[in-house]
Design a protein around this ligand. Sequence first.
Ligand code: BJW
Ligand code: ZN
Length: 237
Amino acid sequence: MRVAVLSGAGISAESGVPTFRDDKNGLWARFDPYELSSVQGWERNPERVWGWYLWRHYLVGTVEPNAGHRAIADWQKDADVTVITQNVDDLHERAGSSPVHHLHGSLFEFRCAHCNKPFHEELPAMTEPTIEVEPPVCHCGGLIRPDIVWFGEALPQGPWRHAVDAMESADVVVVVGTSAIVYPAAGLPEMALARGTAVVEVNPEPTPLTPYVTLTIRESASRALPGLLERLPTLLK
Ligand code: BJW
Ligand code: ZN
């Protein structure tokens, strides 16, 4: 059985990484996440955006993958499983999944916002959240930014191609922990459904995708994913 997994922030929530739309507690809760993750937001206040990403970069380094990430890595040992994630953390990789196709970039890669040159220098550790921090400056004078896909930016071609191929060749698509509202990623399960492929949604809450999927499992990722692959043939009968 060929399986494609599309994950979102919900799979990392139980590891302690706030989801994109539900982070009501952090220092940045009073700011609009759409502003913090857009080119306009960066241009208006790069110090605030850099502070937010530096904090999340630190935070992700302090947490561990959970049973949901580990279950998917286990599936890859026995079946043909393609992992596509919208997440910018590295928890799928740390759980043992390989390869992982990151549609929205990585919290661990940086580049110049002006000349695009990758930036490999060590970053100052932010062990306490700090609302505004000066970003490093490239040799060309441009500011260093996270290599993350912000609103209004194109997705990286390689991961996108892998994702579309996976939707076209999968026997079943498992969509886990995403609000399914950010395009073009949210269009991937739609592609599979249009081909008649079974789509299973794992999410404690309904999403705009829910009415169209083949099967909904309204549980958290860490409860639903362990053992799911073995149960799928029966569940989809
Ligand atoms: C649990 C759980 C548990 C909780 N277990 N589940 C129509 C078509 C195409 C595009 C557009 C369109 N309309 C508008 C657009 C543009 C825009 C868009 O989609 N906007 C929408 C908001 C309407 N899209 C873009 O701008 C994209 N680019 C683009 O379209 O480019 C065009 C272009 C082409 C050529 C040249 C130039 C341009 C880019 C989108 C980039 C998204 N980036 C972000 C931020 C960066 C990463 C970061 O900093 O984190 O990526 S936005 C943010 O949303 C982040 C996420 O990856 C992404 C998806 O969020 P996700 O993962 O679904 O998280 P949440 O928080 O929303 O949901 C969590 C879910 O988990 C919930 O459902 C919970 O219930 C659940 N959950 N606990 C399981 N334990
Ligand atoms: Zn530069």
